[in-house]
Design a protein around this ligand. Sequence first.
Ligand SMILES: Cc1cc2nc3c(=O)[nH]c(=O)nc-3n(C[C@H](O)[C@H](O)[C@H](O)COP(=O)(O)O)c2cc1C
Length: 358
Amino acid sequence: MSGITTKFTQLLGLRTPIVSGVMAGASGGALAAEVTRAGGFGFIAFGYGSIEKFRSEVALARSILKVQPQLPLPIGIGYLGWQLELPNAPAEECLSAALDENVQAIWLSFGKRLHQWIKYIRDHERSAGATKVFVQVTSVEEALVAVNDWKVDVVIAQGTEAGGHGSSSGSTLLTLIPEILAVLPKDGPPVLAAGGIANGAQIASLLTLGASGVVLGTRFLLSPESLYSNTQRQAIITARTASSVRTMAFDHARNTLGWPEGIDGRALRNSTVEDFEKGVDIDIMRRKFVEGVKNDDPDRILVWAGAGVGLMNRIQPAKEIVEELDQECSRSLRDAALLLGTVSIHTNHKIYHPRSKI
Ligand SMILES: Cc1cc2nc3c(=O)[nH]c(=O)nc-3n(C[C@H](O)[C@H](O)[C@H](O)COP(=O)(O)O)c2cc1C
C-alpha cells in the first residue's frame, strides 16, 4: 500500500482510505472481509435481510479475516433506517446483533429516526466510542445535523452519481464535498465521498478536494465476492455511462416503496424503466418484472449502478480492486505534485529547484 494517510485512515487504523459501501442484496461477508484484508474497510449490508442471514455473513467475514468470535471485527454493518422504522420491525434486535458481533462500525442511511438508532448504539456499545457511527448524507443540511446534533464519527457525502438509492435532486460530488467541508468545523469528523467513482485518479481528485476517504459501490459489484449474479455483472460491464439513470421504476416493480420523500435509485435503464416512464399499468409491469427475474432476463431485472459504470469493464477480486485503486491514486497524487515542479522549495536558505535535478 502507498501509505496515503488521512484522518479517516487514522480513525480506523487503515492502510488506504478506500471503503466498500453498504449495498443491500450485494455486499455480504466475503466482500467486506476482502476489502478490509486489502487495507481498506468493508461493510456488510443488513438491508432487507433477516438476523439469521446477517449472522451467517458475519461468520463468513470472521473466518476470512481469522478473527475469533467476540474479538473486535474490523468491518462494519449498514442498516436502512426506513426498514428499522417499519411498524413492528425488530429494530433494536437488529442493531444489537451487530453490537453483539463487536463490529467496528455501523452505517445508517435513509430514515426519519436515525438519531434514535444512534442513541441506541451509543447506549449499548461495549465501551464508549467502540463502535464508529457512519451516516450517509446527500446535502449540506443533512451533514450539519449529523455532525452538530448527532455527533457522528464519519460522514459519507453521497453525490447524485451514486449507484443505488440517493437523493433525487442531489448535487454532484464536485460541488457537494466543498460545500459540506465549508460548513463543518476543521476538527470535525472525516468526510468520505461516495458516487460514480471508478478509478484511482478520481479518488486522488476527491482527496485533494478535502475528502478524507472514498466509498465505492458499483466497482465492487464487479468482484466475484459481491452477491450480484453473473448476469448483473455482465450488464454492468457492457453498460455505457448514459445507461445509468435515476428512477423509481424498480421500487414500484418489486414493491419496496417505503423510502423517505425525495429518494430514488440509480440503476441501469432497461424495459422495466421504459415501461414505467410510459405509464404502463403497474400490475403488468410487476408481472413482467417477476417473469424477468425468473428468466434472469437483463432487459427486465434490476441492476443498481452508478454514473461511473461506463469506466468499468472487468471482473476482479475485491482485494485486487483495492490495491489497484490505491496505486492509481498515489500515482495521480504524485503526478499532480509535479505540476508544482517550477515552484521553488526553500531548504537551508538555499533555493532548490526539484526539476533542475532531472
Ligand atoms: C447494489 C447497491 C445497493 C445499495 N444499497 C445501499 C444500502 O442498503 N444502504 C445505503 O446506505 N446505500 C446503499 N447503496 C449506495 C452505496 O452505499 C454507495 O453510496 C454507492 O454505491 C456509491 O456509488 P457508486 O455505486 O457509484 O460507487 C447501494 C448501492 C448499490 C450499487
